[in-house]
Design a protein around this ligand. Sequence first.
Ligand code: GTP
Ligand code: MG
Length: 194
Amino acid sequence: MLPETGLPEVAFAGRSNVGKSSAINALLNRKAAARVSRTPGRTQHINLFEVDAALCFADLPGYGFARVPAPVQQKWKASIERYLGEREALCLVVVLVDSRRDAQELDRGLIEGLQDAGLPTIVVATKIDKLSKSKQKPQLSRLAKGLDVPREDLLVLSSTKNVGVGAVWKRIRRACANWKPPTSEEPPTSEEVT
Ligand code: GTP
Ligand code: MG
């Protein structure tokens, strides 16, 4: 069970190895808050990072990595879905996709599911440092189109070169500012209101 922190929570979701843990470290300006690895499947549980007693980052396990045994994949999938569906403190989901790859079915499905659930979502294309300047524009347009998100809503990030960190923070701050803590009390019945 994840602890309740009473703080707005920002979740980082995406395929294995896309750079979720690295993104958290870059945003926190720390080298090793979240565990980073070249081996996909490094993050196996949901890890919470409290930021300045103001908000929390949730590092989610990655999905879609073929070498993780199917039963383990199923368990991760279930725990990610449960978290996204039930976590009351969730104020933003940052979906990370690899800037060098075209839109993937799993990513599109996740984005669609989040939109259907009415969860505020941003999409961030990672590892932009690995894409040559000349390729960036056409590749990002194609990726946005494939994911069915407006081009201006597709942010870019390089966690290693510290590119795009400010823009992602801006969206995180905006989402957290709009967040209200869930009330533990039941809403009044119509009899109590009249
Ligand atoms: P799982 O926990 O396995 O789902 O992976 P993850 O999404 O948390 O990825 P992680 O942050 O562990 O990064 C995976 C690999 O990509 C590591 O070798 C990182 O150093 C590398 N990486 C992450 N972000 C960037 C980036 O912006 N640029 C470059 N060049 N490499 C990156
Ligand atoms: Mg990770």
